[in-house]
Design a protein around this ligand. Structure first.
Ligand SMILES: Nc1ncnc2c1ncn2[C@@H]1O[C@H](COP(=O)(O)OP(=O)(O)OP(=O)(O)O)[C@@H](O)[C@H]1O
Length: 254
């Protein structure tokens, strides 16, 4: 059988007597774009945190590219190619956009070497940074400190930086949150251009983003998997409509 990118086996998470995740199993194949959706409080962020290693599961296994990482802390999961973005962009706000990208390239390739020495010495890394800036349409703001940029740009810097670290499995926690409506199409386009060498698991409330990007959708409800299938199949599933989509539409998330 082909190696899977991610396997969750019977993941349960209880916090203070509450069951937040309830026997969640799912398999994501290499190159797949998987969306995890569900109503507020369904357990989506908790699930991403369990996959990334920020929260230990109470029961169950997390396997990334064939390796059981259940007991590895988050920073060690980077070694197997796993990276996560946050709901608030995790960027170095007082560094410039270019410095953020350089740092990400260096963390991805030369994690043990001194940053200053490498930036001055390694012209190859500097050239790669220019490529990343161009690819993500960030050249015009390359010398701006990230904290001075609008939220949509900060998101883009975060994604570009995560990408520069060459992950094999990228977890995106509500990447479209906070974007203005007119920023969404460009954002979707950029997500669609991500190379297939990278497997993506995305938690997202914007159905526009989910249906434009995901190959498969997993629906969580009260911490359990309610449905799992193609976007079309999931959209037509009556239980899903009942539990989630109609509610999301009523709340204006669609
Ligand atoms: N540390 C914690 N202690 C107690 N309850 C928690 C904790 N973390 C999460 N929860 C609860 O677990 C449930 C799932 O939370 P989670 O943030 O994973 O949901 P979500 O699906 O990501 O929601 P949203 O769409 O609103 O971001 C919620 O009811 C939340 O209140």
């Amino acid at each position: 059988m082909a190696e899977t990118a991610l396997q969750l086996e019977h993941i349960t998470k209880t916090i203070g007597g509450l069951t937040i995740l309830d026997d969640v199993s799912l398999t994501v194949m290499p190159g797949e774009r998987r969306a995890v959706i569900g109503p507020n409080g369904a357990g989506k962020t908790t699930l991403l945190n369990v996959i990334a290693g920020f929260l230990p599961p109470s029961r169950g296994r997390v396997v990334v590219f064939g390796r059981d990482v259940t007991r590895l802390p988050a920073h060690r999961r980077v070694d197997v190619g796993l990276l996560k973005t946050n709901q608030q962009p995790a960027v170095f706000r007082e560094l410039t956009v270019r410095q953020n990208i350089l740092l990400a390239l260096l963390r991805g390739r030369h994690p043990l070497l001194g940053l200053t020495a490498l930036v001055s010495l390694d012209r190859e890394v500097q050239r790669q940074a220019e490529d990343v800036l161009e690819e993500w349409d960030l050249l015009a703001v390359a010398d701006d400190e990230v904290r001075h940029l609008p939220h949509g740009y900060q998101r883009r810097v975060e994604l570009a930086a995560r990408f520069a670290m060459q992950p094999r499995l990228l977890l995106l926690d509500e990447p479209a949150a906070g974007l203005a409506a007119e920023e969404i199409p460009g954002f979707i386009e950029r997500l669609r251009r991500l190379p297939r060498e990278v497997t993506v698991v995305l938690v997202e409330h914007s159905m526009r983003v989910v249906f434009a990007f995901a190959d498969r959708v997993t629906v969580l409800h009260h911490g359990a998997v309610l449905a799992d299938g193609t976007p079309e199949a999931v959209q037509q599933d009556e239980r899903v409509q009942e539990a989630y989509l109609s509610g999301a539409m009523r709340r204006g998330h669609a």
